[in-house]
Each structure stands twice: as C-alpha cells, then as structure tokens.
Write a protein that binds this ligand. Structure first.
Ligand SMILES: *[C@@H]1O[C@H](CO)[C@@H](O)[C@H](O)[C@H]1NC(C)=O
Ligand SMILES: *[C@@H]1O[C@H](CO)[C@@H](O)[C@H](O)[C@H]1NC(C)=O
Ligand SMILES: *[C@@H]1O[C@H](CO)[C@@H](O)[C@H](O)[C@H]1NC(C)=O
Ligand SMILES: *[C@@H]1O[C@H](CO)[C@@H](O)[C@H](O)[C@H]1NC(C)=O
Ligand SMILES: *[C@@H]1O[C@H](CO)[C@@H](O)[C@H](O)[C@H]1NC(C)=O
Ligand SMILES: *[C@@H]1O[C@H](CO)[C@@H](O)[C@H](O)[C@H]1NC(C)=O
Ligand SMILES: *[C@@H]1O[C@H](CO)[C@@H](O)[C@H](O)[C@H]1NC(C)=O
Ligand SMILES: *[C@@H]1O[C@H](CO)[C@@H](O)[C@H](O)[C@H]1NC(C)=O
Ligand SMILES: *[C@@H]1O[C@H](CO)[C@@H](O)[C@H](O)[C@H]1NC(C)=O
Ligand SMILES: *[C@@H]1O[C@H](CO)[C@@H](O)[C@H](O)[C@H]1NC(C)=O
Ligand SMILES: *[C@@H]1O[C@H](CO)[C@@H](O)[C@H](O)[C@H]1NC(C)=O
Ligand SMILES: *[C@@H]1O[C@H](CO)[C@@H](O)[C@H](O)[C@H]1NC(C)=O
Length: 478
C-alpha cells in the first residue's frame, strides 16, 4: 500500500466522519385510512456548514408529487394551517434533525409522494429531492393477519392440532395512525379465552392462548380490527378454523333386549374412531347371527349397531369399544346398570303402591267399622237386638216387631199399642270389595199398622228415625 492510496483512504474516512451532506431517511410507503391520520417518520442530515442555522425556529415544509420550487407546498409549519391543503403538525424536533410529521383527516386526495424541505435561519433552505414518501390513502382497513402457533411453531392452514396442545392464535395488523387507536377483538362460536394485546414495532397484536380441546374442533375464530372515526366506524376481519384431533368418546348407547337383542353405541373422535363389540370378553365378528352395522353421523362420529340372535344369559357381558390413533374408550352395555336401576326403581314403586294400598284398606276398614257402629246404634234404637257385628259387608237385616222397645218412648210405652215396624237395610255390594265395601242403605221403609191415638206420634218418630238413617247413609257417601 503506497502513500497515495493511504491518503485516499484517509480522505475517504475523514469524509465519512466529518463531512456531512444533506440527506434524509423516510419510509418508502405508508398506508393511511381515509378519515384518519398518517404519521411520516422522518430524520434528516444537513451539510455541516449550516449547523448554526438549524435552530428551534426552523420550519418544516412538505411538497406533494413535486419538489419544484415554483409550486406551493402542501404544508408549511411556520405558516397558518388554516388554508393548507393538508392539516398536520411536525411532531419531531427539527433542531434535533427529527422531521417526523403527522397529517390529520386524510382523504383520497392526499395520496401521493411527499418531499421534505427544511428552512432554517441564514442560508439553510434545502429540499430533499432524492427521497420521498408515498402516502397511500385507503378507504377501508386492511384485514388483519391471523396465524396459528402450536408449541411456538407456526402451523399452516388446515393442519390439525392434537388435543391438549398449547395453541396460540396471533392476530396482527399494521398500526395505522388513528385516534383513538385501533382495537383488535376476537370472536367465535366457542367460549373465547382471555386475549392479550401488545405492540410489536409497526404492528398491533392480539394473542389468544389456550389448550386445544375437542370442543374447538372445526371452530372458527375471527379477529376484527376496528377504527373509531368521527363520521363512521370501520372494521375488517380475518378468520381461522381450528382442526383438533382427539381420542374417541362414547356419546350415547342403549340396548333393546327382547326377541331380537339390539344394542347401539354412538362414538365421536378425530380421526373418526372404529367400533368393536366384545361379547363376554370375545371380540364379535360381523356374521349372520351377530350382525353389526354402522351409520355415519358426521365426519367424526358414527353409530354402531349390533343385533344378537342368540339368547343372552344373565351373565353375558357386552362391551362397546371405540378406538382411534389417539386412544380408546369402552363402555359396558350388558348387564346394563341402567336396567338394574330401572328394576330397582320398579321394585320401589311396587313397594310404595303396596304400602299405600294396605293403608287405604286399613283406613277404610276403620271408617266402615265406625259406620257399622253408628248403624248398630241406630238399630239399637229400633230393637236393641239383631245387630250383626260379625257380618261386615254382608246384608244387614233388622226387624222391629215392637216399637216400644225400639224407641223406649215412655208415651208410646204407656199406650201399649201394637205397632209393626219393618226396617230393611239391603246391602249394596260394590264391585271392588276392598275399596268400596261401604254398606249402603238401599231401601228403608216404615209401616205404621194401627192408627191409634199414639200412632201419629209413633209415625213421626219412625219418620225421624228414617230421616236420621238417611242422613247417616248420606254421610257414608253412597
Ligand atoms: C457543504 O457545503 C459546502 C458549501 O456549499 C460545500 O463546499 C461542501 O462540499 C459541502 N459538503 C459536502 C460534504 O458536500
Ligand atoms: C443517507 O442516509 C441513508 C439512510 O439513512 C444512508 O444509507 C446513506 O448512506 C446516507 N447518505 C449519505 C451520503 O450520508
Ligand atoms: C413557509 O412559511 C413561511 C412563513 O409564512 C414563509 O416565509 C416561507 O416562505 C414558506 N415556505 C415555503 C416553501 O412556501
Ligand atoms: C404539534 O405537536 C406538538 C408536539 O406533539 C404539540 O405540542 C403541539 O400542540 C401540536 N400542534 C398542533 C397544532 O397540533
Ligand atoms: C378532492 O379534491 C377535489 C378537487 O381538488 C375536491 O373537489 C374534492 O372534494 C376533494 N375530495 C375530498 C374527499 O376532499
Ligand atoms: C419518489 O421515490 C420513488 C422511489 O423511492 C421514485 O421512484 C419516484 O420517482 C420518486 N418520485 C418523484 C416525483 O421523484
Ligand atoms: C401467548 O403465546 C405466545 C406464543 O406462544 C406468547 O408469545 C405469548 O406470550 C403468550 N401470551 C400469554 C398471555 O401467555
Ligand atoms: C363507533 O363505535 C363506538 C364504540 O363501539 C360507538 O360508541 C359509536 O357509536 C360508533 N359510531 C358510529 C358512527 O357508528
Ligand atoms: C341417545 O339415543 C336415543 C335413541 O336414539 C335418543 O332418543 C337420545 O336422545 C340420545 N341421547 C343423546 C344424549 O344423544
Ligand atoms: C356386516 O356385514 C354385512 C353383510 O354381511 C354388511 O352389510 C355390513 O356393512 C357389515 N358391517 C360392518 C360393520 O362391516
Ligand atoms: C368432512 O370431511 C371432508 C373431507 O375431509 C370435508 O370436505 C367436509 O367439509 C367435512 N364435513 C364436515 C361436516 O365436517
Ligand atoms: C386402551 O388404551 C389403553 C391406554 O390408554 C391401553 O392400555 C389399552 O390396551 C387400550 N385398549 C384397547 C382395547 O385398545
């Protein structure tokens, strides 16, 4: 390396360190939502000879689609923003070479290429023509991006997740300028776990972390981004459908035991499970006397029927086994525990019925005993004899031959007239002996045979007796 080369390299290094020239760094392209705002991140460099001219009073100016000096700028920070083409503010500090600018209420008219110009004191007036920012105003927001991660690995669409795995659904969208800031929300037909929002560089992010379960199979999760604007709200969304693989489950089963024994078993699993039947410990193969058929209920579930021609013994066991690559589940259908409990229930009902029946019988017997007693008392008024205490439920017959005894009425007794009174209690025998064996008075009559002085009294007495008997009988609810 000779001296000349050394000098050239030295000069080059010197230029890089000390000899700054005008330069600007701007984003190439920015999206802005119509009705919202846009932030242009901006930093610039000036020729060192103008360093002293860059003060707090420096102005930032923006040109659109041209950097021609003759055209008017669209924004000038030292002029009133009242009549400017675009409303905005230089949020960066220009004296620290930060020209970051926000434009408000952008419309489609504001789409274009923007050039920055710095106007300091003295001779510092420079338009950065080498770089520009392209602002693209969009009418509706861009759909967010939804990515599925399983154990931190990104999964492609339609790939299936095994149940029990940690799943993370990440929704991300460009952090476009808006006030209030855009929000990401998750929605689904399934219950939504708690989501966590964060910011990552130029993105807003919402993570939905949960453990994959069977109930998430074929469930669609939707992430929505929404902007609250003055005149209207704007939203966009993206969805992802989860596919979960899970071990089989037996959902429903039943047996119909009779001339033909038919059992069925409903299973669900992903991949779709196979069903096996085990009769008394032996795997049943599909044959004419043990016919197995299957009915597909969905991509993941099926119903398997087994018809057993052979008669089953009390000790026969029937097992439904469903399997897939993730596991198995089995259920014993025979001897059926549900059948057992059902027969216990039947026994219980029978016992209750029996007890009730016995109670009813006892009660009715008591009631009838009372009725019998009153009847006997009534009879005693008539005769004081012939009361048939033993013959319950059978015909009751009383003949009163002398009213004197029956009434014990001193007046009648005194007259010693012969009066015949015949009382006939015919029994009504009910169809059901036990329940309706209450005696009913079928007919009663009194015959007054002799019309003597005391006869009228006697007759009225008999009528009274008859009435009271009727009343008694009515009370016995015939
Ligand atoms: C800075 O400006 C001066 C005067 O205009 C010029 O002579 C010099 O070359 C410039 N420096 C660079 C690095 O371009
Ligand atoms: C101008 O800035 C860009 C980016 O900041 C940088 O890559 C480039 O080297 C700069 N140019 C000069 C001449 O300083
Ligand atoms: C910006 O506004 C200031 C103050 O009104 C004015 O002096 C200057 O010329 C303007 N700059 C441009 C490029 O129009
Ligand atoms: C411009 O931005 C600065 C810094 O954020 C703030 O102090 C100032 O009030 C803003 N001006 C307008 C007109 O919004
Ligand atoms: C866009 O500009 C045209 C003419 O410059 C104007 O008529 C129109 O109203 C503007 N549109 C909006 C949305 O500001
Ligand atoms: C703005 O910059 C892009 C590339 O950065 C360029 O292609 C385009 O011509 C520039 N616009 C103008 C008006 O110079
Ligand atoms: C959710 O999962 C992602 C990726 O696995 C992880 O970066 C993030 O911290 C998790 N968030 C919560 C709240 O656990
Ligand atoms: C926008 O959404 C917010 C919150 O969801 C609601 O309060 C507001 O009324 C909505 N505005 C319009 C114009 O729909
Ligand atoms: C079980 O199957 C029986 C017979 O097909 C049906 O009546 C019943 O509703 C099913 N139960 C469930 C929970 O699916
Ligand atoms: C059992 O065999 C019959 C014909 O013999 C067939 O129709 C049926 O699909 C078979 N069942 C199963 C589960 O393979
Ligand atoms: C069943 O599976 C097929 C192919 O795997 C698929 O195209 C179809 O959408 C699925 N249907 C349901 C209801 O799961
Ligand atoms: C069912 O799975 C268990 C382990 O989960 C295994 O030990 C057993 O052998 C399996 N039974 C059948 C019938 O595949």
């Amino acid at each position: 390396m000779d001296t000349t080369q050394k000098i050239i390299i030295f000069c080059f290094l010197l230029q890089g360190v000390c000899c700054r020239d005008f330069n600007i760094s701007l984003p190439e392209k920015i999206q802005a939502l119509s009705g919202s705002c846009v932030v242009i991140k901006c930093r610039f460099e000036i020729n060192e000879t103008y360093d002293k001219d860059l003060t707090e009073r420096a102005a930032g100016v923006w040109y659109k689609d041209t950097h021609d000096k003759s055209s008017s700028p669209v924004f000038n920070s030292s002029a009133s923003t009242q009549n400017s083409f675009i409303k905005g503010n230089i949020t960066g500090q220009l004296n620290y070479k930060d020209c970051t600018t926000v434009f408000y209420d952008v419309t489609s008219n504001h789409s274009g290429q923007y050039f920055f110009r710095i106007e300091g004191e003295g001779g510092l007036k420079w338009t950065f023509t080498k770089s520009n920012t392209s602002v693209v105003v969009i009418e509706s927001p861009v759909n967010p991006q939804v990515v599925l991660y399983v154990n931190e690995q990104e999964l492609q669409d339609q790939q299936e997740v095994l149940e029990g795995r940690s799943v993370s659904l990440r929704c991300s969208a460009d952090d476009l300028c808006s006030s209030p800031p855009a929000t990401l929300t998750w929605s689904s037909t399934a219950r939504i776990p708690h989501s966590e929002s964060s910011k990552l560089q130029e993105l807003i992010i919402s993570d939905l972390n949960f453990t994959a379960a069977q109930r998430h199979h074929r469930v669609t999760f939707t992430c929505s981004i929404s902007y609250q604007l003055q005149d209207n709200n704007k939203t966009a969304h993206s969805s992802i459908t989860l596919h979960v693989q899970y071990a089989p489950q037996i959902l429903n089963s039943s047996c119909n035991i009779g001339n033909v024994n038919v059992c069925f078993c409903e299973v669900d699993g992903n991949p779709s499970p196979v069903v096996e039947w085990h009769l008394s410990g032996r795997l049943v193969s599909n044959s004419s006397n043990m016919f197995i058929s299957e009915e597909r209920l969905s991509n993941t579930s099926l119903r398997s029927f087994i018809s057993l021609d052979q008669s089953l013994t009390q000790t026969s066991t029937l097992l439904c086994v469903s399997k897939n690559t993730h596991g198995n589940e089995s259920l014993q259908l025979l001897p059926s525990s549900t059948r057992l409990s059902f027969s216990f229930m039947l026994i219980g009902v029978a016992v209750v019925l029996l007890v009730t029946l016995i109670s009813v019988i006892i009660y009715l017997r008591k009631e009838r005993g009372k009725l019998q007693q009153t009847k006997q008392e009534e009879s005693a008024k008539g005769s004081g004899q012939n009361a048939d205490k033993e013959n319950e439920g059978d015909s009751l017959y009383a003949t009163v031959s002398s009213v004197e005894d029956a009434t014990a009425n001193p007046d009648i007794h005194r007259q010693k007239s012969i009066i015949y009174s015949s009382i006939d209690f015919k029994n009504y025998k009910a169809e059901s002996e036990e329940v309706e064996s209450v005696s009913c008075l079928h007919a009663d009559y009194a015959v007054v045979q002799r019309d003597s002085g005391g006869a009228a009294e006697a007759e009225s007495l008999v009528r009274e007796f008859s009435r009271s008997t009727e009343a008694q009988v009515k009370q016995a609810s015939c």
